[in-house]
Design a protein around this ligand. Structure first.
Ligand code: IPE
Ligand code: IPE
Ligand code: MG
Length: 255
């Protein structure tokens, strides 16, 4: 950390470790998983919670410090009303069920996204879970709900501009980064998207600048510890150059 902020990949060379410190996941493919089994789409979402539980465990076991998952995008409101309400109910029920366990496992739970459109009961429960786990030092587990990368950047910029209405100088990367909703975490080392699509879908746009991207056809409900191990294995085979040459990296490593 520098001056209370994590290193920005475009301004400094971040520390790179064997095990990714921060993994960000787009949990995609629930609907297709269910359809393949002639089940309603929502059955895939229910099974997706199991896969998430396994992924959390896998991250804890491997010493990953931050796990951030995309649960509901700002564009997912466009889905059929009954699917949206099912997802909200599932979020509420899963949270109710898991709060205690997360706390007992020393996890720190957070939600990022615009919660103003959510049922107040759900918002209360989220705040309660965040407060309960605020002092924990284990895995930082963050759920992105009604989150959009553009919303996040606009929100940060608006706050900065409101604070200094007459300001003429350019804002700095650090100023913007410190207002984003993931300001408490280093930028993701590894991004995983299941379900076969190769896109970012408005997830952490700013923070993914130098993240290693991993796409798998595995549908989210089938994503298990082995699949997580494969993703991390792929990450470990990458050379993270951050703009430098391979020769420079080898020289720095004293080879
Ligand atoms: C991801 O699975 C879960 C959410 C977006 C909430 P999908 O529901 O997008 O599954 P597919 O892509 O239709 O298979
Ligand atoms: C992205 O999945 C959002 C979540 C996983 C929550 P989608 O399935 O909604 O993404 P698109 O619309 O196909 O890009
Ligand atoms: Mg999808």
């Amino acid at each position: 950390m520098i001056g209370g902020l994590f290193r920005s990949s475009t301004r400094d060379i971040p520390d790179v470790s064997q095990v990714p410190k921060h993994i960000a996941v787009i949990m995609d493919g629930n609907g297709r998983w269910a359809r393949k089994r002639m089940l309603p789409r929502v059955a895939g979402h229910a099974r997706g919670v199991e896969a998430l539980r396994a992924t959390v465990r896998g991250c804890v076991d491997r010493g990953v410090e931050y796990l951030t998952v995309f649960a509901f995008s700002s564009e997912n409101w466009r889905r059929p009303q009954d699917e949206v309400s099912f997802l909200m109910q599932l979020f509420l029920k899963s949270l109710q069920k898991e709060i205690r366990r997360m706390h007992d496992n020393d996890m720190r739970f957070r939600v990022i996204g615009d919660l103003s459109k959510f049922d107040p009961r759900l918002v209360d429960m989220i705040r309660e879970a965040e407060t309960l786990t605020a002092g924990n030092g284990g895995l930082n587990f963050t759920v992105a709900a009604n989150y959009g990368g553009r919303w996040d950047i606009l929100d940060a910029m608006s706050r900065l501009m409101a604070r200094e209405p007459g300001r003429l100088e350019r804002f700095t990367e650090d100023e913007i980064a410190s207002e984003l909703s993931m300001s408490f975490a280093p930028e993701p080392d590894l991004f995983i998207r299941t379900g076969g699509e190769k896109r970012i879908s408005n997830f952490l746009l700013w923070q993914l600048a130098y993240t290693e991207l991993y796409f798998t056809d595995v549908l989210w409900p089938d994503f298990d510890d082995g699949a997580l191990g494969q993703a991390i294995g792929s990450y470990q085979g990458r050379e993270r150059r951050f703009g430098r040459t391979s020769e420079q990296l080898k020289a720095d490593a004293g080879e």
